[in-house]
Design a protein around this ligand. Structure first.
Ligand SMILES: Nc1ncnc2c1ncn2[C@@H]1O[C@H](COP(=O)(O)OP(=O)(O)O)[C@@H](O)[C@H]1O
Ligand SMILES: O=P(O)(O)O[C@H]1O[C@H](CO)[C@@H](O[C@H]2O[C@H](CO)[C@@H](O)[C@H](O)[C@H]2O)[C@H](O)[C@H]1O
Length: 535
């Protein structure tokens, strides 16, 4: 890896900064203009691009900078860092962070990252591509910013006075969700936020607090990329954390085990119980993380008004989901009844403990390593405004997210086992399918129970003593999932819809709607042995 220097927007080598405060957008505009023709169609196809109602009218530059290797002959790879704003006639603008590579000729290995050709100076005819796929450029980014030779619009702050390890080989993680991730030599991981917003970032806040506390259940924060300034004047662009070696994330491990457990061929006593120990230790790990978060951030007692506000928020989400998912309409009043139970319990004086939470906890957010489960991705729920994600909430929300995830894993295992045209293959195939469905339900119940047992042992509360709150949180999560699936994976929509059907059904079947005075908390009291709702 050669050394590097920053270059000006014009592409002239030797100037350490791109944009002075004045005219920053104008310089970014000069950078963006030749890239726009190829960039726009590519951008709208990204998994992290949000499609608003109405056509995007403009992709406007906000800031831009260029990093290039020192001493190159003008034909080496160039890294263009851009913040751009997608603008719409009738929706708020959205800001995106782009890391783009430019080379005169694209090597075949970078073919899958290709965006198109630049048109106009200073890179007319150069090939544009997604830079996180290019190890050379990702080394350049980390080395330069770590050396403090950043551009004016891109800085790296670190949590330790020790220098970062150098010479680590970068590789992009193939999974691309809301963000893009690059691993450096299995030591460090850089997560690039694709829709960065000004102000403090929930994940930086949580990981820096937990790193200070010495938490062993979460990755240590090594640093963060950001724009200059302080408070709301600065934008966190990415975080650098320890890479946690793992045999897999909870989702892969759970689905793999559930497939074995559901199928006739692979079943045995050890397979049936296969994941329950993991679910149990996972419950304990999540309780430990909740305890650490309660130590690091303020805790509150959520009283009637706050719970009523939460219910109003759930109702708003339900309205949005009903507009987006026609099948939701049939359940609207029954879902509202689940939320009303929660509000009623609060009005009868039963509160809940509130604290900083994860906000988007599911099996994909936990990694199983040699020393147990680790919890990652503290960005909070992507659909919530960033400024609200750090507000104290009931940790039962996270528990509800994880319980929903066990249902997802079992349903996904069923999907993987589906043999096309089973019905046409006769009675045996139909009977096998029914067996698999029964086993999927049993797998879910077993693992939810094991998780709650672990959580109750290591934490302050057993989620099952709060059936009313849990039913509301799980229903709200399923409504969120329906919205998410409708937008991103319509084929998965039946999973949350089936959960909603069961949850409203379980409310109607139960006699759990409590009599006045019969509760300890807004969650209600069903006794510690009660099964978590939704089954
Ligand atoms: N500290 C870490 N150590 C190892 N792998 C990680 C770490 N953080 C994230 N990952 C991996 O990167 C993937 C994406 O990370 P995540 O924080 O969930 O990003 P996103 O917000 O885009 O979903 C995870 O599913 C996990 O496989
Ligand atoms: O990981 P992200 O922060 O991007 O979370 C979003 O995407 C998740 C899907 O990748 C989505 O999770 C839903 O699907 C999971 C299986 O793919 C399942 O384990 C979760 O229980 C389910 O909610 C998540 O809701 C969304 O915010």
């Amino acid at each position: 890896m050669s050394t590097a220097a920053t270059a000006e927007a014009t592409g002239t080598v030797g100037c350490a900064c791109l944009a002075a405060a004045n005219g920053e957008a104008a310089q970014a505009d000069r950078l963006l203009r030749p890239l726009l023709p190829a960039l726009t169609p590519w951008l709208v196809g990204r998994r992290w691009f949000t499609h608003e109602h109405g056509c995007m009218t403009e992709l406007a530059p906000v800031t831009g900078s260029v990093l290039r290797q020192d001493g190159d002959e003008g034909d080496a790879a160039v890294l263009v860092h851009l913040l751009v704003e997608a603008r719409y006639p009738a929706a708020a603008a959205r800001r995106y962070q782009l890391l783009l590579g430019l080379r005169q000729t694209l090597p075949p290995v970078l073919g899958p990252a290709a965006v198109g050709a630049a048109l106009g100076d200073p890179w007319d005819g150069w090939q544009l591509y997604e830079a996180t796929a290019d190890p050379e450029l990702m080394s350049l980014l980390l080395d330069r910013t770590a050396a403090g030779e950043s551009t004016r619009s891109l800085l790296l702050s670190t949590t330790s006075a020790q220098p970062l390890p150098s010479g680590l080989a970068p590789r992009a993680l193939a999974v691309e969700q809301s963000n893009s991730t690059v691993v450096y030599g299995d030591r460090l991981l850089l997560k690039v936020f694709r829709q960065p917003e000004p102000g403090p970032h929930p994940e930086t806040e949580v990981l820096s607090a937990l790193t200070r506390l010495g938490s062993t259940r979460t990755p240590h924060l090594a640093g963060w990329l950001h724009t200059p300034g302080t408070g709301r004047g600065s934008t966190v662009l990415g975080i650098l954390e320890d890479f946690l070696p793992a045999d897999g994330d909870g989702w892969e491990l759970a689905v793999r085990q559930a497939v074995d457990c559901l199928s006739d061929d692979r079943r045995g006593a050890s397979v049936i119980e296969g994941f329950t120990h993991d679910s149990h230790t996972l419950g304990r790990a999540v309780a430990e993380v909740h305890r650490a978060l309660a130590d690091a951030f303020p805790t509150v007692r959520l009283k009637a008004q706050q719970i009523i506000d939460t219910v109003a928020d759930m109702d708003r989400r339900l309205a949005a989901a009903t507009a987006a998912v026609p099948a939701m309409e049939a359940y609207g009043s029954r879902i509202s009844a689940v939320y009303d139970d929660f509000a009623q319990a609060a009005l009868q004086g039963r509160g809940l403990d509130g604290q900083r939470v994860h906000g988007d906890l599911h099996l994909g957010q936990v990694l199983r390593g040699r020393d147990g489960w680790k919890v990652i991705d503290f960005e909070g729920e992507p659909a919530r405004p960033i400024g609200e994600r750090g507000l104290p909430q009931s940790p039962l929300r996270d528990v509800a997210g994880m319980l929903r995830s066990f249902d997802y894993a079992a349903q996904h295992a069923l999907f993987e086992l589906r043999s096309p045209g089973a019905e046409a293959k006769g009675a045996d195939a139909v009977a096998e399918r029914l067996r698999q469905e029964r086993r999927a339900r049993a797998w879910t119940v077993r693992n939810r129970r094991a998780f709650c047992d672990g959580y109750a042992e290591a934490g302050d509360t057993d989620p099952r003593v709060h059936p009313i709150a849990m039913r509301a949180f799980e229903t709200d999560k399923a409504v969120y999932e329906a919205l998410y699936e409708a937008a991103h994976r319509p084929a998965w929509l039946p999973v949350p819809m089936a959960a909603i059907r069961r949850t409203v059904g379980s409310r109607e079947a139960s006699t759990a709607v409590p009599a006045r005075g019969g509760h300890r908390s807004a969650g209600g009291t069903a006794g510690p042995a009660a099964e978590a709702p939704g089954r």
